[in-house]
Design a protein around this ligand. Structure first.
Ligand SMILES: *Cc1c(COP(=O)(O)O)cnc(C)c1O
Ligand SMILES: [Zn+2]
Length: 376
């Protein structure tokens, strides 16, 4: 049986307990068993749930799913690089967050939760709200005031209540933590079941490459649900001898809010808060203080990974480059293009290597912003 286990004091709790952190304030991990019966897996429907034995939901009848996942992995070349784009913007609510929401909301259904709160700059809120609508769970989403109107409309149309909080993303977190004392906090950042969903991207990439690791995977990183999902996923594949090595996991931050980048530069063994002074078009990765700091640093070290930063101007060029290949993404996702040049300059990636870019969110999510940027 799957159990919560505290990452600090190792206290265990049943997953039926309504908690999001340990009594000692430590983050909760999962004690679980996973396996990869490849012969069975390849015969199943092409969704993220084909890796069923690796997803810790006890009973199939609790699965809340739109048959999402197994997104395309397509070849393209840019600046002489041999790239593959993982089209993780093709999901029911428009972002890869649906991987995490499908598993988290399934678990909520399994343990009988009927009402939840969650905080998000937009995509996670829209995703949790969409899956809650399917599971008939009452949902309230806390968002920063500046969140795109389109994302707010999406959340409200799914029937969730929106609480707009003045100030930064960090102020939104403070507001939700206060109410989390009374209502189940279905946090995509705290709750380990969310990462049990995002990890399926690693399984799909490996399967799409004939059960091999790419050399590098580049993705945006804020709180790290994408980055850590990849780390956990590739690690489980390695531990089960499905792949023979881990890819380098390469994260990209905005230069306006880059706590992880800075912690590495200054060789810290934690990630100090990085107060954000200006807005950026990469609104999805503005996390002043990632809560999984220890795990992120461990993942970087263990995969020989790295973090780089990019500016809004570079992101704008990235949007155009991707759109030139027919790949329509929101600004946050386009950080991966300028990152290629930076990782190359720092000798971290090479043109001939297999490099996968994770495209996390649909351009249709940011129509307003893209119009302001590109339509005269
Ligand atoms: C949430 C999100 C990210 C990154 O998520 P973190 O978990 O904060 O690292 C990247 N791109 C998009 C489009 C997102 O919605
Ligand atoms: Zn503890």
């Amino acid at each position: 049986m799957t159990k919560y286990i505290c990452s600090v004091c190792e206290q265990q709790y049943p997953v039926t307990d309504f908690l999001f952190k340990c009594d000692c304030v430590g983050l909760l991990d999962l004690k679980k068993y996973v396996s990869f019966p490849l012969k069975k897996i390849i015969k199943r429907e092409p969704t993220m749930w084909r890796y069923r034995e690796a997803i810790p939901i006890d009973s199939d009848k609790n699965i809340v799913s739109f048959n999402e996942g197994m997104t395309p992995l397509i070849d393209f070349s840019y600046n002489g690089f041999n790239l593959r784009a993982k089209m993780d913007y093709i999901f029911p609510t428009g972002s890869y967050k649906d991987r995490g929401s499908s598993v988290l909301v399934s678990k909520l259904k399994e343990i009988g939760v009927k009402r939840i709160i969650e905080d998000s700059s937009g995509n996670a809120g829209a995703s949790i709200a969409g899956y809650s609508a399917k599971a008939d769970i009452k949902c309230e989403i806390y968002c920063p005031d500046y969140t795109s109107k389109g994302k707010l409309a999406q959340i409200q149309l799914f029937g969730a209540k929106v609480n707009r909080i003045r100030g930064t993303r960090a102020d939104t977190s403070v507001a939700v933590l206060k109410d989390a004392e009374k209502i189940y906090y279905a946090s995509h950042n705290w709750n380990p079941f969310f990462l049990e969903g995002t990890k399926t991207a690693a399984f799909e990439i490996a399967e799409q490459l004939n059960w091999e690791s790419p050399d590098n995977v580049i993705c945006p990183i804020g709180f790290g649900t994408n980055y850590l999902g990849l780390y956990i996923g590739f690690k489980e594949l390695l531990e089960n001898n499905v792949i023979s090595r881990l890819p380098k996991l390469l994260g990209v931050q905005s230069n306006v809010c880059c706590p992880i980048y800075k912690a590495l530069l200054t060789k810290k063994d934690n990630i100090p808060a990085f107060p954000q002074k200006r807005p950026t078009i990469a609104e999805g990765i503005c996390s002043e203080k990632p809560i999984h700091e220890k795990l992120i640093l461990k993942a970087i070290k263990e995969t020989s990974g790295a973090i780089t930063i990019v500016s809004d101007n570079e992101i704008k060029k990235g949007i155009k480059v991707l759109a030139g290949y027919g790949l329509f993404v929101e600004p946050t996702s386009a950080v991966v293009i300028p990152a290629i040049d930076k990782f190359y300059k720092n000798n971290i990636i090479k043109p001939r290597q297999k490099t996968v870019l994770i495209l996390t969110g649909s351009g249709l999510k940011a129509t307003e912003k893209l119009m302001k940027m590109f339509v005269k």
